[in-house]
Each structure stands twice: as structure tokens, then as C-alpha cells.
Ligand binder design. Structure first.
Ligand code: TXA
Ligand code: MG
Length: 341
């Protein structure tokens, strides 16, 4: 990159007003800024300013045709950027906004093609984090923001992870501490008669169906689950440099299989698993994801990033059903191999 920035980090917990003001000024001047949300950190720019939005793609190395989510702070912003808003979307917004749900609508002319990746739709969400919401309100425009990682890497769930990926490429990071959800928002398409889930997240199909009566899951998602992807698969994503191998099945059989492979790598390997089975891995480096779906989601990306920080060759991820759809979707994409024991 020709221009390189000295990336500044401001602690949003210590002085929220100053942090919000500085972020808003940067964004109003047509620059990008990394901001915390409850899911993962986002790399934000003025959604109405194509030039500013281009800087997001440049900093991340993001493919041009991958559309961005627009972040809003009130429903009148939604009505500015989305057309033909169905009544079910208002119901979902009432229940889940502010929160980890993105809805895809027909877009208005206010949204440039740069944001929609050439589609005639736009994804919108109202994040549940007071810092980014105040920044959006002070700016007065929606913020286009993908996850603030270099494209292909795990999403960042703390300011240090953003810095690691984007230091020297962006002017400012607002540090809002660790993200409480840890996986990106559920994305649903509400342009048809029945909402369709495009990306699983903390808001599940059942939670959506409770409000809308029905919901579909996109065929592409079912494929990923039913036909485990092969090595070098097209969908590889969220990946550290460490080779991630995911195991599923009866826990003792999984542990036995992993242990036999672990010793090929010794100090260059780790097991990533839930607390309840960590004792099956004696004398082994374990990265613990806790014992609930919530903690597995929250710790997932940090665990993947830790494997790189430790310069590991391989990490063995033990998937268990309680971890849920959102974790399964991310780990499937991050893994070089999936082995059902
Ligand atoms: O939680 C989140 O959603 C985070 C935080 C920062 O808000 N953002 C995020 O953005 O994960 P990103 O760009 O990493 O992922 C956005 C996803 C992509 O899979 C993209 O293809 C999809 O949403 N998407 C965006 N606009 C879309 C549209 N108009 N139609 C279909 N999919 C869309
Ligand atoms: Mg992303």
C-alpha cells in the first residue's frame, strides 16, 4: 500500500465520549475506523461514500464482489437504505435489534454498488454495542462494516486481534474490550415470502421461526454440513496458518485418534475442545472453549488465532453438538480436514 498509517488505538472504556468523537470525525473525513460490536470487531466506513468504502476492501484485501453489512442506530436509517421492508422484518427488529441479526432487503439508490457488491440488495443490522451506536448517531449515516480481519483470517474479537491484522493499514481502532458474542451475526434474507438463513449465528432458526412462523435454511449451508468439505476446499475461510483438523464423534474414540496424531507434532500441536473432555487429553496442550454454546462461540476465533501465535503446525478441534450451528459453520470453513470418528 502506498500510504501507510500509524494505527492509533483509543481505549473506549476509559473515555467513551472522546473515543466516539474521534471515530466519528475520522469517518466523516472519508477514512475507515475499526469499531467494536457485540459479535466481532468491524472495519467501518461511511456507507454512502464509495471512495471511503473502497478503503475497506483495500485494507482487508477483500474480494470486490463480497457485499458489506450496513450498521444503523435507528429505524429511520433502515428506511433510508432498504426498500419494500416486509412486516416480518419490523417484528424481527423489535425482538432482536439491537443485536446479532442482519437482514437482507431490496436496497434503495442511497446504497452504492461498492457496498452491495453489485447486488440489488443490502444487508442491515443494528449492533448492540454503545460505542458503535454512538458513533453511528454522531455520524448521521450508516456504517458499512465487514469483520476487521485480513480477508480469509479468523474474525477479530478484541482490539489486539484487529491491530495484529491491520496495523499500518488503517488510522484508528476503538478498543471496546472483548466481544461478548464472538461469532458474526446471523444473516437472513427477508426479500421473499419466507425468511432464509444465509449464515448461522447466535440468533437461531427456531428463534426466528418463533417470530415469523416459518424460516428456511439456505441449501448451501446444508451442503457444508452434510457433505464435509475436502482438503483445499473452495470455502476455506476463517483460517489461521496452523492447519486445523476437526473431529466429531464419540468422545473417547475422538480422543484416541487425536492422541495418536498429536505425538507426530508434539510441541507444535494443540487440542481445542470443551472443558468437559479436556481431561481425556493428558500431557497435551489444550485450548479450552468452556462448557456452554455461548462460551464456545465467544472463544472460537481467539482460539484459532492463538494457534498462530504459538506457531503451531496442527490443531485438533473437537466438535461437540452443544457448540451449535454457528461454531460448526465457522470451524467447517476453517478446517483443512473434517474427520468423523
Ligand atoms: O456480526 C457481523 O455481521 C459482523 C459485524 C462487524 O457486524 N460483520 C460481518 O461482516 O461479519 P462480513 O462482511 O465479514 O460478513 C458479511 C456477510 C458475508 O457473508 C456477506 O456475503 C453477507 O454477509 N452479505 C452482505 N450483504 C449481503 C447481501 N446483500 N446479500 C447476501 N449476503 C450478504
Ligand atoms: Mg468476515
Amino acid at each position: 500500500m502506498a500510504d501507510s498509517f500509524l494505527t492509533k488505538i483509543i481505549n473506549g472504556a476509559k473515555n467513551a465520549d472522546a473515543a466516539v468523537h474521534e471515530a466519528a470525525e475520522i469517518l466523516k473525513s472519508g477514512e475507515v475506523c475499526a469499531l467494536p460490536t457485540e459479535t466481532v470487531y468491524g472495519l467501518a466506513a461511511n456507507a454512502y461514500d464509495e471512495k471511503a468504502v473502497s478503503k475497506i476492501f483495500e485494507a482487508k484485501g477483500r474480494p470486490q464482489d463480497n457485499p458489506l453489512i450496513c450498521h444503523i442506530s435507528n429505524l429511520s436509517m433502515l428506511e433510508e437504505i432498504a426498500a419494500d421492508i416486509p412486516s416480518c422484518a419490523y417484528k424481527l427488529a423489535e425482538k432482536f435489534w439491537s443485536g446479532p441479526l442482519s437482514m437482507v432487503f431490496k436496497k434503495t439508490d442511497k446504497i452504492p454498488e461498492r457496498v452491495s457488491g453489485g447486488l440489488d440488495t443490502v444487508a442491515v443490522r443494528m449492533p448492540d454495542n454503545s460505542l458503535i451506536k454512538s458513533v453511528i448517531s454522531e455520524c448521521g449515516f450508516p456504517l458499512a462494516a465487514p469483520s476487521a480481519n485480513v480477508s480469509g483470517r479468523p474474525s477479530p474479537t478484541c482490539a489486539e486481534d484487529v491491530y495484529f491484522d491491520l496495523n499500518g493499514k488503517i488510522p484508528l481502532i476503538i478498543d471496546g474490550g472483548e466481544c461478548k458474542v464472538g461469532v458474526e451475526s446471523t444473516v437472513i434474507d427477508v426479500t421473499g415470502s419466507v425468511p432464509v438463513i444465509l449464515r448461522p449465528g447466535e440468533i437461531t432458526a427456531d428463534m426466528i421461526a418463533n417470530i415469523t412462523g416459518s424460516v428456511k435454511i439456505h441449501e448451501g449451508l446444508k451442503d457444508v454440513k452434510e457433505t464435509p468439505p475436502s482438503p483445499g476446499m473452495k470455502y476455506r475461510h476463517y483460517s489461521p496458518n496452523t492447519r486445523i483438523i476437526t473431529y466429531a464423534g464419540e468422545k473417547n474414540a475422538v480422543a484416541k485418534t487425536i492422541m495418536s496424531r498429536y505425538y507426530l507434532y508434539k510441541d507444535k500441536a494443540a487440542v481445542i475442545c470443551g472443558s468437559e473432555i479436556r481431561d481425556l487429553f493428558k500431557g497435551v496442550r489444550v485450548i479450552d472453549l468452556g462448557e456452554s454454546k455461548k462460551s464456545a462461540q465467544q472463544k472460537l476465533f481467539a482460539a484459532l488465532r492463538l494457534t498462530d501465535r504459538l506457531s503451531l503446525k496442527e490443531a485438533f478441534f473437537c466438535y461437540e453438538d452443544y457448540m451449535g450451528e454457528a461454531v460448526l459453520n465457522r470451524i467447517t470453513k476453517a478446517s483443512a480436514e473434517i474427520i468423523v470418528v
